[in-house]
Structure formats: structure tokens, C-alpha cells
Design a protein. Structure first.
Length: 128
């Protein structure tokens, strides 16, 4: 909806400039509030299952990816690379980023398995 309003507003701005309309009514329309969706990354096991499913039914795997959100898959890729110890500069280059800090801030997420692993490390440290 917001995209349509923006396009309409731009078209009416041009129409005003051309002298075809006297005011841009699209400026007066409130945009629909949107909540920012949290990126969802797949766990490593989920990725393996999806790839295994793709061997037998590529269409179903593609459908699953489309429903999940292709951009979530991009975040998953960066997160799993990071969890496997791939240098941040390499992850940034893989994603086409110039700034590795941007990649870390935006694309690398904590996953439940990694958080459990960190908790067990802390448990060992505090128990010693």
C-alpha cells in the first residue's frame, strides 16, 4: 500500500509540475504503519534438511525458501559462516559488502544452538 501511495505521489508531483493538477492529494494520505520484521535464520540442521529435500524435490525446496524469505536465507548464510569461523572480511566479500562491520551488525545473528554452547562454556568457567 505504501509503495502505491509513493508512486501515486510522485506521479501527481509530476502532474502538478506539468500544470495538469493543482494539488497533490497523495501528500495528505497517511502511510500505513509497518512493523519491522525480525530476520529468521535457519539452524544448521534445518539447512541440511532443506538441501536433502532439494535432492528429491527441487520445487518443494524452492517453495519453502520463497515462503521463508530469500533475504532470511542470506542472513542464514552469513550467520552459519560466522559460526563456522569464516573471517568477517570473507563473509562481507561473499555478500558483496565493502564494510565488514556493517555485515556483522546487520547479517550475523545469534542462534539458539550458539547461545546454548556459550552457556555451557560459561558453566564450565564458573564451575572450575
Amino acid at each position: 500500500m505504501n509503495l502505491m501511495l509513493t508512486v501515486l505521489q510522485m506521479a501527481l508531483e509530476d502532474a502538478m509540475w506539468q500544470g495538469w493538477v493543482v494539488c497533490n492529494v497523495a501528500r495528505r494520505v497517511d502511510r500505513v504503519p509497518q512493523t519491522k520484521r525480525e530476520m529468521q535464520t535457519f539452524a544448521e540442521g534445518d539447512v541440511r534438511n532443506l538441501l536433502k529435500a532439494a535432492d528429491s524435490d527441487r520445487l518443494e525446496a524452492a517453495w519453502h525458501l520463497a515462503l521463508s524469505g530469500l533475504h532470511d536465507v542470506r542472513h542464514t548464510c552469513a550467520t552459519l559462516m560466522h559460526l563456522r569461523g569464516v573471517p568477517v572480511a570473507v563473509i562481507a566479500a561473499w555478500l558483496g559488502h565493502i564494510d565488514a562491520a556493517f555485515t556483522m551488525r546487520t547479517y550475523v545473528h545469534s542462534q539458539n544452538d550458539a547461545l546454548r554452547s556459550a552457556a555451557s562454556v560459561m558453566n564450565v568457567v564458573t564451575s572450575a
